[in-house]
Design a protein around this ligand. Structure first.
Ligand SMILES: Cc1ncc(COP(=O)(O)O)c(C=O)c1O
Length: 322
């Protein structure tokens, strides 16, 4: 395999820095979804932890290393889940955490960031504007900027999901991974391509936020002017070149799905698995729904990567198709 920025030994070392609360998450088949999807589906459940997403795997690594370097302050931009996770990881380690987010981010995410003790600054724009603002704060105040997916710790933390999938002695054929900045897809992809190369790595994005998928397909960075999706966790416009380079090595495919497939996926995960998930976590099921033939008769794992959702909106989305 061609070299990437990631390395399996570093991923194993990163795992030791993560609070066990976030590790060894359940992986189990959801047989009730089989008739509707035409294939066997297992979920890797990343929502049953204090921040309800996989992002704490990465922030535990970051915070652990920052404290070892005697750092006191850190700033990140976040669509909502990274900020919560960094606030959680920083709180007990005495780190001052600043999170910059869009004022249009889900209220539940913003409230939880504040409740965890982080300073929250809102920008009147989207996630990519928050990235610019966080970088400006870091420059101005001379503090560490955490850049999701660019900073290796964020990828290495997410990659530990891959170690757990491989340790489960994979009998599965493909893994479906929600694609935002790419930390999860490159991290998990690195482990699978190194240790279980027969497993297909498929990234999924909404049609309304396709920048990284278009970039992967065209093998060059493609940006978009705006995004239009309910999957707020993956709604970026400006892919990071170094992450795209890794994704080009590690992903077998990148697919785009419609909004109605995302809500149908959320509904299936509620009805058949009893899981309340945010839209980004239903992208994998959405991908199967849109291409049943591709997955027919196969065993597919989908990473259920987040469960932070505004309940009123959730009820509207999930109720709409009934
Ligand atoms: C729930 C959820 N799914 C998927 C993603 C996308 O992950 P990544 O940015 O690592 O590609 C995020 C990012 O914050 C997220 O919160």
């Amino acid at each position: 395999m061609q070299e990437t920025r990631l390395d399996t030994d570093r991923i194993r070392a990163a795992r030791r820095l993560i609070d066990p609360l976030f590790l060894d998450t359940p992986l189990y088949p959801v047989q009730g979804m089989e008739p509707g999807l035409g294939c066997a589906v297992s979920v890797k459940l990343e929502t049953a932890n204090p921040v309800r997403s996989f992002k704490a795997r990465g922030t535990e690594v970051i915070a652990g290393r920052l404290v070892a370097d005697a750092a006191r302050e850190v700033v990140c931009a976040s669509a909502g889940n990274l900020g919560q996770a960094l606030a959680w990881s920083g709180r007990d380690r005495g780190l001052d955490v600043t999170v910059v987010a869009s004022r249009f981010a889900p209220v539940a995410k913003l409230d939880r960031i504040r409740a965890l003790g982080a300073r929250l600054e809102l920008v009147d724009g989207d996630f990519d504007l928050a990235r610019d603002r966080a970088a400006a704060i870091a420059r101005h105040e001379g503090i560490r900027l955490v850049e999701d997916s660019l900073d290796l710790e964020t990828c290495e933390g997410a990659a530990t999901i891959g170690l757990e999938l491989v340790d489960a002695a994979p009998s599965f054929d493909a893994v479906l991974i929600a694609l935002g900045g790419g930390a999860m897809a490159t991290g998990v992809g690195q482990v699978l391509k190194t240790m279980a190369p027969g497993v297909e790595v498929i990234c999924v994005q909404p049609l309304g936020a396709p920048a990284m998928t278009l970039s992967w397909r065209q093998r060059r960075v493609v940006t978009t002017d705006s995004t239009d999706t309910i999957a707020d966790g993956v709604a970026g416009r400006r892919p990071i070149p170094a992450v795209l380079d890794d994704l080009l090595v590690l992903a077998d495919d990148a697919v785009l799905v419609r909004e109605e497939s995302i809500t149908a996926g959320m509904r299936m995960l509620l009805d058949h698995a009893g899981l309340v998930v945010e839209p980004s976590a239903a992208l994998g099921v959405a991908a199967i729904l849109e291409d049943r033939d591709r997955f027919a008769g196969r065993h597919v794992v989908t990473i259920v990567c987040g469960g932070n959702v505004d309940l009123a909106r959730y009820h509207r989305w999930v109720g709409a198709g009934r």
